[in-house]
Design a protein around this ligand. Structure first.
Ligand SMILES: [Mn+2]
Length: 438
């Protein structure tokens, strides 16, 4: 049981999407997702407005003229929520398991802050993407140490023939956005936006593990408010540009993600990569927008990453969103709407690596990874490796000729056997080597 003094220093925030109705002298507030409702005096609105920014209870109670009277009601009816209750901790965190309150109080500094969005209510295909965060975390097995504690560790990447130098990435993992049974995206999604805003406010790069692709629309909402201009690199078999079928169908699906984002003038460009969907559509449903450009999966078979990402404005930050169905279902079958003829894992890795080096990536997600159907989850395996490449981002590295020996050295100087023995690598299951420099 928390003491009153401890409670005062907890950080609370107003739950998004409360329903507020004025009824004469009183106001009726309801949290539809939680199933709570309460009629209150109108002064509660000031309280809820104040906590739209995450703040401690103490800060409210020490404000001149502020009243404590609605605080217990607001908390017991889930109008105000402790920020740590926005998420549930997950097994196998990537980097250091971190509470939201620690991030907000700046007790943890991280380059990237990971969170999961285990939800698939907006999928029109097979479900299962709610398992994505868990399935990806299971396959990460990353040696990335807890934030700020990894001095002296180096990372090798045999596949890419690189030895990364400089400080390793510091990564915090908040767990996953908590959901309520039967909840839809109209209330779950805004909590993704809220968490993304908090991470952006901390100065870190948010990295989201979906979830169906509708999650991206809510993360992007935070980005499009935060950045004066933004571009999107969109990996997908589908364009996800469908407008709602009509005003009566204004619900969220994983197929109308970018139609929603294009409503923002802050979105300057979107490059779609890997498209290969055959569809019949009335022409008016897909309107030309000069911000949208794409290459099909087939076109990409003959293109270098440089060409695939050419022609985009380079003076703006980018958000990278990766729907795992971009990769061919032979390698990544565990997804809701698979289509044949996708990118190979290696093509995708080359593109993501190039994007991370050449563009300023300020946020990213990997979505639509489903549940394993057998012993190995190929989609999650591909996703975990793409996550690793995104976490390494644009860090400097030395090219490797063989194991830990830089190419330049191997070509020019004989190897000192004693030093080679000291640098004997330890392999882990993902082909990453880590060791402290002892
Ligand atoms: Mn998609």
């Amino acid at each position: 049981m928390m003491s009153a003094a401890e409670m005062l220093d907890r950080i609370f925030v107003t739950v998004p999407m409360l329903r507020v109705e004025m009824c004469g002298e009183t106001v009726s507030i309801s949290n539809v997702a939680a199933g709570t409702a309460k009629r209150c005096g109108p002064e509660i609105l000031e309280l809820l407005e104040y906590f739209r920014e995450p703040r401690t209870l103490r800060s409210w109670l020490t404000r001149p003229g502020a009243s404590p009277q609605n605080v217990p009601t607001a908390i017991s009816h889930a109008f105000l929520i402790d920020v740590d209750q926005l998420v549930t901790a997950e097994v196998g965190p990537i980097g250091s398991a971190t509470r939201v309150s620690e991030l907000l109080a700046q007790e943890v500094r991280a380059d990237t802050v990971i969170f999961g969005a285990p939800v698939d209510v907006a999928s029109t295909g097979r479900g299962g993407a709610r398992c994505g965060p868990m399935e990806i975390r299971k396959q990460m097995q990353l040696p990335f140490a807890a934030a700020g504690t990894a001095a002296g560790t180096v990372y090798l990447d045999f596949e890419m023939r690189r030895q990364y130098s400089g400080p390793p990435p510091s990564i915090a993992d908040l767990g996953s956005v908590a959901g309520l049974a039967g909840e839809g995206m109209a209330t779950y999604g805004p909590r993704i936006t809220l968490l993304s805003e908090m991470i952006l406010g901390s100065g870190a790069v948010p990295g989201m593990l979906g979830g169906d692709h509708s999650c991206t629309a809510f993360a992007l909402e935070a980005h499009l408010r935060h950045w004066p201009a933004l571009g999107i690199l969109h990996f997908d078999a589908h364009h996800d540009l469908w407008p709602p079928a009509g005003p009566q169908f204004d619900y969220f699906t994983h197929a109308n993600v970018f139609h929603r984002s294009l409503g923002s003038p802050m979105l300057k460009a979107i490059r779609q990569l890997g498209l290969r969907v055959f569809e019949a559509a009335s022409a008016h449903r897909l309107q030309d927008d000069s911000r949208v450009s794409f290459f099909s999966a087939r076109e990409l078979q003959r293109m270098e990453p440089e060409a695939a990402l050419a022609g985009l404005p380079r003076d703006i930050p980018y958000y990278l969103t990766f729907d795992i169905d971009c990769i061919d279902p032979i390698q990544a079958p565990e997804t809701g709407t698979p289509l044949p003829g996708g990118l190979s894992y290696h093509q995708a890795l080359d593109l993501v690596d190039y994007a991370a080096r050449e563009f300023e990536l300020v946020g990213w997600d990997i979505v639509e990874v489903g549940q394993a159907s057998g012993a190995f989850n190929g989609a999650a395996g591909c996703a975990a490796r793409l996550v690793r490449q995104l976490l390494l981002g644009n860090r400097p590295f030395e090219p490797l000729g063989a194991y830990t020996q830089p190419v330049s050295t191997s070509l020019r100087a004989p190897v000192d056997p004693a030093s080679a023995a000291r640098r004997q690598p330890q392999l882990d299951g993902l082909g990453i080597w880590t060791g402290s420099s002892h």
